[in-house]
Ligand binder design. Structure first.
Ligand code: NAD
Length: 252
């Protein structure tokens, strides 16, 4: 039965692979048997070492995902090295904290570019190639609690993550019949760079911890189970859905 969770012989592309949740998912996929293509604008050396340590194969594709310019190259380089791409995790994301009244157009656009626009066009490129080969695929979009809620002082981030959850459903509706599963994972409050500012603000950190039923920040390891499930054939009839991995946050 556990065979259905195996990623043996599969290749996964993970964006934002150099740190945090992206790095954790690269290692999880490698442990489950997949080849990993890590996409990042900075060196993925640490991720590469962790993947190799669990017996996986890893290539790095350097790309700045604030524009769609590298989209085709990412798929080309992955396919050249590993012969295909079966799983795409749209994980790279940025957050900018500012009162809504003061947000400037450049910051707004930058967040929307990385968190939404490139997510769509990279998914489209992945789907084009999967459809051409008639072999299906798995797309996992990293959403957020702010796919459900508004947050405080992060309007562009909330808008982008709400849109990504909507996009997950929209793409499912068009591509499910082609054998492509498009699902999301909504992490709760996880201890990574993304939440550094929140965790170092004592009052905010305490308020957040008080509200998490499990009483702790999540870690990259907490995403392993959900990401392997959605990347593997164990989730073949799960489509268009976003799974929260949030220590119970949304239940409050
Ligand atoms: P992180 O800041 O460590 O990781 C973000 C990743 O995105 C990094 O690898 C970074 O290099 C990459 N990235 C950002 N801009 C990029 C660009 N222009 N080009 C290429 N790569 C770029 O934080 P994280 O928590 O690991 O975030 C991963 C994802 O999880 C993000 O989409 C984030 O919004 C989401 N998320 C995080 C939390 C949390 O609590 N940490 C909660 C919900 C959702």
């Amino acid at each position: 039965m556990l065979e259905m969770f195996s990623l043996k012989g599969k290749t996964a592309i993970v964006t934002g692979a150099n740190t945090g949740l992206g790095q954790g998912m690269c290692v999880a996929f490698a442990e489950a048997g997949a080849n990993v293509c890590g996409v990042a604008r900075r060196s993925c050396q640490e991720t590469k070492e962790k993947v190799l340590a669990v017996g996986g194969k890893f290539i790095e594709v350097m790309a700045d995902l604030s524009s769609t310019e590298p989209v085709k190259r990412i798929l080309d380089e992955c396919i050249k090295e590993f012969g295909g791409a079966d799983i795409l995790v749209n994980n790279a994301g940025i957050i900018k904290r500012e009162d809504a009244i003061n947000v400037n157009e450049e910051d707004w656009q930058q967040v929307l570019n990385v968190n939404l626009n490139v997510v769509f066009f990279l998914s489209q490129e992945f789907a084009k190639r999967a459809i051409l080969k008639n072999k299906g695929g798995k797309i996992i979009n990293i959403c957020s609690m702010l796919s459900y809620q508004g947050g405080i002082r992060v309007p562009a981030y909330a808008a982008s993550k709400s849109a990504v959850m909507g996009l997950t459903k929209a793409l499912c509706n068009e591509w499910a019949a082609k054998g492509i599963n498009v699902n999301g994972i909504a992490p709760g409050y996880m201890a990574t760079n993304n939440t550094q500012a929140l965790r170092s603000d004592e009052a905010r950190s305490e308020a957040i911890l008080d509200r998490i039923p499990q009483g702790r920040w999540g870690t990259p390891d907490d995403l392993m189970g959900a990401s392997i499930f959605l990347a593997s054939s164990a989730s073949d009839y799960v489509n268009g859905f976003t799974i929260a991995v949030d220590g119970g946050w949304l239940a409050r």
